[in-house]
Structures are given as C-alpha cells and as structure tokens.
Design a protein around this ligand. Structure first.
Ligand SMILES: [Zn+2]
Length: 249
C-alpha cells in the first residue's frame, strides 16, 4: 500500500520503541517497530513537558499500544498505553540496558517502513522479555538475538553443517562472510579457527539451546561475541556503534 492511499488515516498497533530524539522545544520523534507496518517514525507532541503521560510511555524499549495518525510527510502518535514496561526494567541494569540498545540499533538497520516485520517484532519482544526476566547472561541473550535477527533478514548462518557443501559437522573452521562453519575441503583462505567450545556456543545461541549455552566459559563467550559482531557488520556494511558499549563477561 502506498503512503498516499492511507493519508490522514489512523490505525492502532502494538509497537516497541526503538529510539527517540528531540524535536523542537516540546516534541519528540519516536522510532517504533510494529508487526505489520514495519518501522514507523512518528512525532509525539508535547511529550517533553513534565505533565505529559505520553512522554513516560514513549521511552526506549517500552512495548506499547499506539494510535498512529498517518500524514503525508510525518506520522503522529496520538495515544499510547504501556503493555510491558521493559524500558523501566532494562534501565535498572546496565548490562541489560546496553544489550537492549544494541538490539534496537540492529533492528532499526534491518527493518524498513511499510513492510511486514512480524518476525523481527516477535524476536525483539522475546529478547527484551528475556533480558527483563534476567534468566540468562545479557550478552548471551544479545548474541542469540543478533544471530537470529540476521537470519530473519535472510542471511541464515550455520554452525553445524558446512555452509558451502552441507556436510554434517562438527567442523573446526568458521568463515564469517560465508556465515558459519566450513569443512576442511571447502575452507577458504581467511577462515578462522575458533575453539570447539566457541562453535558449540554459536550453534546453541542460534538454535536457542540455553542449557548448552550457559555452560560456555568466558573465553568462548568472548570469541563467539566477536564472530557474531563480525557477521552482523559484514551484512550491515557498517559498525553497530552501541555494540561497543556492551560489557562482556
Ligand atoms: Zn564443505
């Protein structure tokens, strides 16, 4: 549907606040992720006044029900109610908060306006919920999210079968541009030779095998984080700045 066909209309949608920035004296631009309208950039008016209820609702990482009025150039958030106050819970823990930032920045890069983003929405919602519950190490939740997020965008990695010929693993080498493990026959120059524990961890993070992921020691976690970040940046062709602020175990 083109933008003009729903000009001046209004719709209601669940949304996750990815980012906000100031607009003029009292307003704010909010970048939202919605399941059926993809990424939505909209103005929230008057939200920087202390009396604004909308302002407290439209904070980063909040899951809200939003009423959005669509205009030719700018959309406007006219109402919003909190569904899950992830923003408040995540702000209470520095490592979770920085992990959420990196997730939101990645999601903003991987989604577009007026596109179905149901899978990315579910993934981000699940990751924020996991961070808020504090079930797992925040940096493991982040790396699992990043791998699945890149997979959802169409670049599915593999840490079990060789990404070139499909032969079953375990394989000892990882090629970041190819997206995972490569067998001894396929291994191109420039492939990495991480510890077997690191490859096992990457596979556990991709498949959501938390009991297995939790057994990984700090060196494997760090090595896996570097590989995930390399894979993400290979596809985004840019550095994800907020990844640099995440404290690793
Ligand atoms: Zn192979």
């Amino acid at each position: 549907m083109s933008r003009s066909s729903f000009a001046s209309k209004s719709y209601r949608t669940p949304a996750i606040v990815l980012r906000t920035h100031k607009l003029g004296e009292a307003d704010r631009i909010v970048v939202l992720l919605t399941p059926s309208h993809g990424q939505v950039r909209a103005v929230a008016k008057g939200v920087r006044r202390t009396s604004s209820k909308l302002g407290a609702t439209l904070e980063p990482f909040m899951l809200v029900d939003a009423q959005i009025s669509t205009g030719r150039s700018l959309h406007v958030v006219t109402q919003a109610q909190i569904r899950s106050p992830y923003g408040q819970r995540l702000a209470a823990d520095y490592r979770s908060y920085t992990a959420a930032h990196a997730m939101a920045e990645t999601t903003e890069r991987l989604t577009e306006e007026d596109h179905d983003a149901a899978a990315q929405y579910r993934l981000l919602h699940g990751a924020f919920a996991a961070l808020a519950r504090g079930d797992h190490d925040p940096s493991l939740v982040l790396d699992s999210f990043l791998l699945r997020s890149v997979a959802t965008a169409g670049w599915t990695p593999s840490f079990s079968r060789c990404v070139r010929c499909g032969s079953p693993g375990p394989h000892a080498a990882v090629n970041v541009p190819l997206g995972g493990v490569v067998c001894a026959d396929c291994r191109p120059a420039g492939s990495l030779s991480p510890a077997a524990e690191t490859i096992g961890l990457l596979d556990a993070l991709l498949t959501g095998d938390w009991p297995r992921a939790a057994t990984a020691q700090a060196p494997a976690r760090r090595e896996a984080a570097n590989i995930v970040s390399g894979y993400l940046q290979w596809h985004l062709e840019r550095v994800v700045k907020s990844l640099e602020h995440v404290e690793r175990a």
